[in-house]
Design a binder for this molecule. Structure first.
Ligand SMILES: Nc1c(N[C@@H]2O[C@H](COP(=O)(O)O)[C@@H](O)[C@H]2O)[nH]c(=O)[nH]c1=O
Length: 463
């Protein structure tokens, strides 16, 4: 069963009924809010929430607890019972239908739901739009935020839906797990005293929030220095939820024999290293039950690509400045959580959260996107994205899917010219995209045009 803890990310749903789509947006935001309750537990699946309402009143709710458990839609339908007839279901995301069993869609159809409002289409290409089409073909009215419903309040609700599954969306777009860099620093920007002593910079309340962040992640990464200096446990101790595995990155394997991370009785630890490093120590780690993975050249991107292949969804980096700098430089950090404590430690050699990035002018500084400030106990938490949230639209379905949506249009029929729609094969491109086309002239001979727009301009305006 999922732990219940306050969401650090999703804004609470509030409503102003006078606004167009206000009620729809309100219920979709609620679906996103409850979907977030099981963050970390559903990985690698998305977080799904479902709210069923009739005449503006909520009659059933459900969210996916963990992968393989009862879908949110089924739970909401069971909770609403007979009140589903003629009601509207609100989903933060289109159901996944991973195994083609259509459990979620069937539950809504069988229960008598007549309208479904969907926050976002499924971000994974092979699942996208399947459930939407299935629901529409069953005669349900399906409205997608930002497509069928558009307004300022809809945009806010849409954002909640994007944020609640940001790890999946970033992962799908960047082909590495969603990575969050977290650090706690003093007001003068130090993550430890010159001696290396660091416990504690941030308050108890902030550290509790770190446990929650850990609980939302599949794994926590630290470097060898952190193991040597802090002897961390890296567990989530906020009373429930998911406990992430621990990953240590160490090129040399110059690590202590006694360390909390080698105790894998409750959580596994994986050490990633460079091929050939301290073979005896590798054997020692293996004898403790620690998995060792060798890389030809150990670097943050290769390690993240490896964990992507192993299915990891989101990673929390709690490393020191050197490893943080190489992770940022290699472009694999998506989000930053910086806890700033109102204290000053000083020290010329005291470590800072991010090492050398090779920048020489302030204009080169990396700006956080969509950042926010939050006071936690005496500390300030500044969080924001280092990379913009990828747009999971426009939809570019496969050729077969294109035919299925609109059999009258085929992108491969050479005798017709058409303007791309967002769901066409090349709908992501406008007519101005540098995408050559072949079109027959009056003799039936094919001529290549640099773009649809070239063809259109010449045939329309050249006399
Ligand atoms: N000193 C410091 C942090 N340090 C981080 O937490 C790790 C230790 O966590 P644990 O294994 O749970 O004891 C440590 O190795 C380092 O990554 N974190 C914070 O939120 N605030 C702090 O003041």
């Amino acid at each position: 069963m999922a732990a219940s803890f306050p969401s650090p990310i999703i804004c609470k749903a509030t409503t102003n009924n006078n606004h167009p789509h206000a009620l729809d947006s309100f219920h979709v935001r609620r679906a996103a809010e409850i979907a977030d309750k099981s963050a970390g537990l559903t990985s690698p699946h998305p977080n799904f929430g479902c709210v069923i309402a009739t005449a503006g009143k909520v009659v059933g709710e459900g969210y996916l607890y963990a992968q393989g458990t009862k879908p949110a839609e089924v739970q909401a339908v069971e909770a609403a019972g007979e009140l589903c007839r003629g009601a509207t279901a609100y989903l933060n995301m289109e159901p996944g239908d991973c195994h083609g069993d259509r459990t979620a869609v069937s539950a809504l159809v069988k229960a008598g739901i007549t309208r479904v409002v969907v926050g976002i289409r499924h971000p994974l290409q092979h699942l996208r739009s399947h459930a939407l089409r299935a629901m529409r073909s069953e005669g349900l009215q399906v409205d997608v935020l930002g497509e069928d419903l558009k307004s300022k309040v809809v945009e806010e609700a849409l954002k909640s839906c994007l944020i609640v599954n940001a790890p999946l969306i970033y992962r799908a777009a960047s082909r590495v797990p969603f990575s969050v860099l977290k650090y706690a620093m003093t007001l003068d920007g130090k993550i430890a005293a010159s001696s290396g002593h660091a416990s504690w910079i941030s308050s108890k309340e902030s550290r509790y929030r770190v446990f929650e962040l850990r609980g939302r992640s599949d794994a926590i990464v630290v470097g060898g220095n952190t193991v040597r200096k802090d002897n961390p446990r890296l567990t989530a101790r906020h009373g429930g939820g998911h406990v992430p595995i621990r990953i240590v990155m160490s090129r040399t394997l110059n690590l202590p024999e006694v360390a909390n991370l080698w105790d894998v009785s409750s959580v596994p630890t994986i050490v990633v290293t460079q091929r050939g490093a301290r073979k005896n120590f590798q054997k020692f780690l293996a004898s403790k039950g620690v998995e060792v993975v060798e890389f030809d050249i150990l670097n943050t991107r290769d390690v993240m690509e490896y964990f992507y292949d192993r299915g990891y969804l989101s990673i929390l980096w709690e490393c020191g400045g050197t490893l943080a700098a190489s992770a940022i430089s290699s472009g694999i950090i998506h989000k930053v959580f910086a806890f700033v404590a109102p204290k000053i430690i000083g020290g010329k050699n005291a470590p800072t959260p991010v090492g050398e990035l090779g920048m020489v002018e302030m204009t080169q500084a990396l700006d956080l996107i969509d950042f926010s400030y939050e006071q936690i106990g005496p500390d300030m938490l500044i969080s924001g994205f280092l990379q913009p949230l990828p747009d999971p639209t426009p939809v570019i379905p496969s050729v077969d899917e294109t035919y299925a949506i609109d059999p009258s249009v085929t992108p491969y029929e050479s005798s017709i010219i058409f303007f791309y729609k967002t769901w066409d094969l090349y709908g992501a491109f406008s007519n101005f995209s540098p995408h050559p086309i072949q079109m027959p002239d009056e003799n039936g001979d094919y001529q290549t045009w640099s773009s649809v727009e070239h063809y259109y301009q010449v045939t329309t305006f050249a006399a």
